[in-house]
Ligand binder design. Structure first.
Ligand code: COA
Length: 323
């Protein structure tokens, strides 16, 4: 059997925060944030609203819009770095709260590449013949672990969630995947609660996101241009075959630079950062669903999805959109 995406859903908290909010307590400006990142606004979760709640919102959106029964899902994968708790896993909590009694449940820790890893694993589970109906969720409440004293990072992050239902089918639409890591760059982007070192380098363990923005930017642009080309080649395609490039929405300048390196028109990329900021594992489904709702993504379009982020990690594939 092959893997076929049969539904998508997304959810974002109600509270909209524009760039001017940061001007009230930081030396920054709407103009700086827009021009350096492309971000216009983002969503903040409420104090008592957690990643599990956002995940449920996305799955309900999926089930309602596509009239899908999800009670027979047999595997739940949740990509997140902002679990309500580490144990029990997010996937176990969702299995209970969504009343999916027979599903295996597993969290994925691959930061902003988490959704790409989730699709890769779901495809493998289905192709192996062991599972038939997999729910892949990417959900984050990054603003709960954002350091609001760091003007270089706090302006970037937002909260949101996205979900895909991937089912076994005679003819699938999830192409060959790539997934990889460069653990040597771990200290350039981290969120640490326990140990005070990454790869032997001393770090702060303050449960906040810390990043070396320039290093991550450089890595993302060079390595993700290569990853784009690797995905296209692995699927026996050329870049001209790709209708929409949907990379992790971290920064518009990163997306532009990847497109420029690859020689791919940036107008054929979809992003969620202008409206939602960097939502890590949720950014790709949010961008895809925005593209669908705006009538841009059409049945039969070839989509190149590519996540990248802390770890450092990356994962992507080509999907022939079928909804
Ligand atoms: N407002 C105003 N000025 C700011 C600022 C802010 N919010 N943040 C940084 N600056 C200042 C810096 O202090 C620096 O000032 P200086 O020249 O006087 O020292 C100047 O702007 C340039 O800083 P720099 O770090 O070179 O900015 P940049 O152009 O690289 O943009 C990021 C910073 C964080 C936006 C950018 O590096 C980035 O997006 N990196 C990738 C981060 C990312 O996407 N991570 C997630 C990947 S999954």
């Amino acid at each position: 059997m092959q893997a076929k995406i049969t539904a998508i859903g997304t959810y974002a908290p109600e509270k909209v925060i524009d760039n001017h909010y940061f001007e009230t307590f930081l030396d920054t400006s709407d103009e700086w944030i827009r021009s350096r990142t492309g971000i216009v606004e983002r969503r903040f979760s409420a104090e008592n609203e957690y990643t599990s709640d956002l995940s449920i919102g996305a799955v309900k959106d999926l089930a309602l819009r596509y009239n899908k029964d999800i009670s027979d899902v047999d595997f739940i994968l949740v990509a997140t770095v902002t679990h309500d708790q580490i144990m029990p896993s997010m996937a176990c909590q969702l299995q209970h709260r969504l009343n999916i009694p027979n599903a295996a449940a597993l969290d994925i820790s691959a930061a902003c590449a988490g959704f790409g890893y989730g699709i890769t694993l779901a495809r493998s589970l289905i192709h192996s013949g062991m599972y038939r109906k997999v729910l892949v969720i990417g959900a984050e409440t990054l603003t709960k672990v954002t350091d609001f004293t760091d003007r270089t990072s706090c302006i970037l992050f937002g909260d949101g969630a996205g979900a895909l239902l991937i089912e076994a089918a005679e003819k699938g639409n999830v192409g060959e995947c790539i997934a990889g890591a460069e653990g040597s760059g771990g200290q350039d982007l981290y969120l640490s609660t326990l140990s005070t070192q990454v790869n032997g380098t001393p770090i702060q363990a303050n449960n906040k996101i810390v990043q070396n923005g320039r290093a991550v930017f450089r890595w993302a642009v060079t390595r993700m241009a290569e990853a784009f080309e690797a995905i296209v080649e692995k699927n026996g395609l050329t870049k001209e075959d790709i209708d929409w490039f949907i990379p992790h929405s971290a920064n518009m300048r990163i997306i532009e630079a990847i497109c420029q390196r690859v020689g791919f028109p940036v107008e054929k990329s979809l992003e969620s950062l202008s409206k939602y900021g960097n939502t890590s594992s949720a950014s790709i489904p949010l961008a895809l669903n925005e593209g669908i709702r705006a009538g841009k993504v059409k049945k039969g379009d070839k989509l190149l999805l590519l996540g990248f982020g802390g770890g450092l990690t990356y994962a992507g594939t080509v999907v022939e959109w079928g909804l």
